[in-house]
Design a protein around this ligand. Structure first.
Ligand code: ZN
Ligand code: ZN
Ligand code: ZN
Ligand code: ZN
Ligand code: ZN
Length: 328
């Protein structure tokens, strides 16, 4: 919609009027037929029509162009009154600068700055006063939605409307209660979380303990098996040692015998007589009779005979060689 022609000072050229609203062009566009319209007016017109309202020539939104520069200059130079003239503004300025003035005009009606302020007792409304810009400061000084910091130092901002009800101690107590309940909530949450974590750890530890217990049992049984093995090995070793000692004894006895026999043989050789009753054989027989002589033992399979032959145990008795061949 255009500017009301009544607001203009002096003559306004017919060509600067909108063909639709008949007011002075606001934000103008020009059709190919050179008729000019306010942007809002022609867009509204073309929703239901497709031709120029002046001469019926066909037009389309895509064919609309900005106004000729000379016409635009003429338009901008027109002088008009502020729209707040009825409230007392006497400003007259060019069309080019009227918008800037009206945005800052002291006679403009604006909402109170406390329109968003909310009282605890009436949560949905702020200050609804509409006031001229020039009177705003005066209103704010008495606006019931104005706020200020508590002069007693409790730190709360108090709205003017609740000024008389404000009680620092009560406010602080309420705040404290809120904080305390919030803290209790948090502590409870933390406690629950800790408990659930502990539970899961406890379960884990119990499982681990039973596994370890099983391993300990297994190790114990292995150890007892090893101990019995060791015991039997030790017993075997003891027996071995005894047998070894026994064998040593027998060996010594045999060596003694052997020495005796050799002595006998030497005696016989020096006498030079070859008698039929062969003495060493008698000795050998005495050896055979000895209970310590165990021929069946494999460990003592080689022994010296008086005849200097060392036969295997199972070869006893063997063909004796005459003692003359024994080493002297
Ligand atoms: Zn218009
Ligand atoms: Zn036209
Ligand atoms: Zn004004
Ligand atoms: Zn107010
Ligand atoms: Zn206070």
């Amino acid at each position: 919609m255009g500017y009301d022609i009544e607001r203009f000072v002096g003559y306004v050229n017919e060509g600067l009027l909108c063909s639709i609203c008949r007011d002075v062009l606001e934000d103008p566009l020009q059709a190919p037929c050179e008729h000019a319209f306010c942007t809002a007016c022609i867009h509204g017109w073309l929703v239901h029509h497709s031709n120029c309202p002046e001469d019926r020539q066909v037009i389309d939104v895509s064919l609309l162009r900005p106004l000729y520069r000379y016409m635009k200059n003429d338009l901008n130079r027109l002088q008009l009154h502020c729209r707040n003239r009825e409230y007392g503004c006497e400003m007259v300025c060019s069309l080019e600068s009227i918008d800037r003035h009206e945005r800052e005009c002291e006679y403009s009606q604006i909402p109170c700055s406390n329109a968003d302020a909310v009282l605890p007792c009436s949560p949905c409304s702020g200050c609804t006063v509409q006031i001229e810009r020039r009177n705003l400061d005066g209103h704010l000084a008495v606006c019931e939605y104005r706020s200020r910091e508590c002069p007693n130092g409790c730190g709360f901002t108090i709205l003017s409307a609740e000024d008389t009800q404000h009680n620092c101690v009560a406010e602080l107590r309420t705040e404290l209660e809120l904080l305390r309940s919030e803290m209790i909530c948090r502590v409870e949450e933390a406690k629950h979380e800790m408990e659930s974590r502990l539970d899961s750890q406890r379960r884990h530890m119990v499982q681990k303990e039973s596994i370890l217990q099983n391993e300990i049992e297994e190790l114990k049984s292995q150890m007892s098996r090893m101990m019995s093995d060791v015991r039997s090995l030790m017993a075997a070793e003891r027996q071995h040692r005894q047998e070894l000692e026994q064998a040593e004894l027998e060996k010594r006895e045999l060596m003694e015998l052997l020495k005796g026999l050799q002595k006998d043989c030497r005696l016989t050789t020096t006498e030079g007589s070859r008698k039929s009753n062969f003495r060493p054989l008698t000795r050998l027989e005495s050896v055979k009779r000895k209970p310590s002589w165990k021929r069946e033992s494999k460990e003592r399979e080689q022994v010296w005979c008086d005849c200097s032959f060392s036969p295997k145990a199972e070869m006893w008795p063997h063909q004796l060689v005459p003692p003359a061949s024994l080493p002297v």
